[in-house]
Design a binder for this molecule. Structure first.
Ligand code: SF4
Length: 304
């Protein structure tokens, strides 16, 4: 028989997870309820969704975006908002095929409209082809192209908001990476507002949950899948920061939350100076850019 410390604080059933702030132990049903209630509170507090919104989830098929689709599928009807999904197929052999299958089967099961945008269609080649000779820059190149492909997906499905599966760990890693790169403008920039005619506002409803909580949520709802890792992932600064931050969080609990507070404070201090500044349009593709040629055209060598 489980000891009193291992019982759910709400119903007395055996607990499966222990959470802090406030300290509580929860059984499977109450853990799921707790996670969804925290996301619902964040959606309301940060006014992320309004009636009539058409929210598109950037669905990679991995754990975070799978959890995001599952949670929003339950919560969005309450806001009178629609849910759709878009998956970017970068063309990464041995990795993307399986996650794409997972994304298709989940959207079919939930009855969610699903669009797929491929790098090959948009940029003339798969990521594998575009990276030949510069494999070490995998994530840097992919990140720029993915953002453009997601913007294209948003247009295709007529969405008014783009929801991404970034969790607390991802957000804290980004803060630390921006500090390590000395990139203050990026640290304080806010993408939640969008740019009329170019980008819709971005929302990150799972930023209140840790990666561990997301994995637990998926396991308890029966949706956890062990999927392959992207072969380019290890080349990024992010993977070193992830390891370092996980260790710091373990030794000094609350480190990630404090990093988020630091970023929010930096954003408030920067105030209007943090806004994107004056943007022009790329002379090649017409998309917004701060220079003469956007990063996508630069990376694809269209400016030469
Ligand atoms: Fe792209 Fe890097 Fe993500 Fe792989 S890990 S899909 S290369 S951003």
């Amino acid at each position: 028989m489980p000891s009193a410390e291992n019982l759910c604080s709400r119903c007395g059933e055996p607990a499966v997870a222990r959470l802090t702030e406030p300290e509580r132990r929860l059984c499977a049903a109450h853990f799921i309820e707790d996670v969804e209630a925290r996301v619902l509170a964040a959606l309301r507090r940060e006014r992320m969704v309004f009636p009539g919104d058409r929210v598109v989830v950037g669905l990679s098929g991995g754990k975070d975006s799978t959890a995001l689709l599952l949670v929003l599928h339950r919560l969005l009807p309450e806001f009178g908002a629609d849910l759709v999904a878009v998956t970017i197929d970068e063309g990464i052999a041995g990795y993307r095929e399986e996650t794409l299958r997972a994304a298709k089967s989940l959207t079919e099961e939930l009855g969610v409209e699903h669009a797929i945008v491929t790098f090959a269609d948009l940029f003339g080649d798969d990521l594998d082809g575009l990276l030949v000779g510069r494999e070490a820059q995998g994530c840097a190149v992919c990140g720029v192209l993915r953002r453009r492909a997601l913007a294209e997906g948003v247009k295709r499905v007529g969405a008014t908001k783009l929801a991404t599966g970034h969790n607390l760990d991802d957000e804290a890693q980004s803060v630390l990476m921006n500090v390590l790169r000395g990139d203050l403008p990026r640290l304080v920039s806010d993408t939640s507002t969008g740019q009329p005619g170019h980008f819709v506002p971005r929302i990150k409803p799972l930023a209140v949950l840790s990666e561990k909580e997301i994995v637990t949520y998926l396991l308890l709802r029966g949706y956890f899948r062990d999927l392959p890792e992207c072969p380019y992932a290890g080349t990024a600064l992010r993977s070193e920061v992830r390891t370092m931050l996980a260790e710091l969080e373990h030794r000094h609990p609350g480190t990630m939350t404090r990093l988020m507070r630091f970023r929010d404070g930096a954003r408030r201090s920067a105030g209007s100076a943090a806004s994107t500044g004056v943007l022009g349009t790329c002379r090649i593709c017409g998309e917004l850019t701060s220079g003469e040629v956007c990063r996508v055209c630069g990376l694809l060598g269209r400016d030469g």
